[in-house]
Design a binder for this molecule. Structure first.
Ligand code: C2E
Ligand code: MG
Ligand code: MG
Ligand code: MG
Length: 291
């Protein structure tokens, strides 16, 4: 006999279910409203050259301050967007926003500041995705090589052929592709041969134990493999100088993490570029003036 809640005809389980589904519905509606009201925006986390310390570019990270609730993790609201069919709209909005930002910065510093944008599996596998990206590049007038797309292993593993097709089209446009969170999933190694990638981003889980010798061994091996396959390596989640040194010595080309900077507002990211320009170490020669 199910336990009854006083004053209602619902069992505990029924009530919990009702609560859960009303919360899911509320989340869905709040996100819809958030997208419409432009509550979602991007912060930009610097990527640093491991050897020279120069700024190499930024990763765009989505942010949402939900009214009445506060900051919601992108992991959470991207999942809501995927579950409720809003990911195409949100994804293209964010991509467009990032490309406009690249265009603005390019005007300000007279060169391309590379920005990496995270792409969710559902978004990537959308048939029209490469065309969408092409249209956004045209509309914003930025050279394709200023844009990197970060994809995750899980999507690629489950849909290798479709992922391959999409990535080939994106690469044909001149866009760079990075495998994000490398080392957390599975089947990573066969994928490296089959996908047209430019970059591996080693997951924080493998970087935080640095400089422990076993972690050094793993990161060094990944960098050697990447080198043999002509891939660049980014270490994510660098929080200490010791980790930065160990990652550099293991062969990582680029470093990213709180040790250098948290994800920054547009204004702070712009100020960082101006500082580099002033120091004569500006990141980004713009070799494509056609756009
Ligand atoms: P990710 O792409 O692997 O991004 C790295 C995450 O690690 C970010 O969390 C970043 O703020 C955090 N991080 C960076 N440096 C450090 C560090 O030194 N220590 C620690 N503890 N954390 C660090 P965030 O912004 O919460 O994003 C989480 C995930 O949400 C991202 O992981 C990405 O998978 C997803 N995401 C974020 N923005 C977007 C987006 O615009 N589109 C899509 N599809 N996914 C996004
Ligand atoms: Mg990423
Ligand atoms: Mg990552
Ligand atoms: Mg990660």
């Amino acid at each position: 006999q199910a336990k009854r809640i006083p004053g209602t005809s619902l069992s505990m389980a029924e009530r919990r279910f009702a609560q859960m589904s009303s919360t899911a519905l509320e989340n869905e509606q709040a996100l819809r409203k958030g997208i419409r009201n432009q509550e979602i925006y991007l912060d930009y986390q610097p990527k640093i050259d491991a050897v020279s310390g120069r700024l190499l570019g930024f990763e765009a990270l989505a942010r949402w301050h939900r009214p009445g609730i506060g900051p919601v993790s992108p992991v959470e609201f991207i999942a809501i967007a995927e579950r409720t069919g809003q990911i195409s709209e949100l994804g293209s909005l964010l991509l467009e926003r990032a490309c406009r930002q690249i265009a603005d910065w390019r005007r300000a510093i007279g060169g391309c500041v590379p920005v990496a944008v995270n792409v969710s599996p559902m978004q990537l596998l959308n048939k029209g995705f490469p065309q969408l990206v092409q249209r956004i590049l045209q509309q914003t007038g930025i050279p394709a090589h200023c844009l990197t797309l970060e994809i995750t292993e899980s999507a690629a593993v489950e849909n290798l052929e479709d992922t391959q097709t999409q990535l080939q089209q994106l690469r044909a446009l001149g866009i760079e592709v990075a495998m994000d969170d490398f080392g957390t999933g599975f089947s990573s190694l066969s994928m490296l041969r089959e996908l047209p990638l430019n970059t591996l981003k080693i997951d924080r889980g493998l970087i935080s134990p640095l400089p422990a010798p076993d972690a050094v061994a793993v990161v060094t091996a990944i960098c050697q493999l990447a080198g043999a396959l002509d891939l660049q390596v980014v270490a994510e989640g660098i929080e200490t100088l010791e980790q930065a040194i160990a990652a550099r010595d293991a062969g990582c080309h680029a470093l990213q993490g709180y040790y250098y900077a948290r994800p920054l507002t547009v204004a702070d990211a712009g100020a960082w570029q101006q500082r580099e320009l002033g120091a004569g170490t500006a990141c980004c020669a713009d070799d494509d003036t056609a756009a």
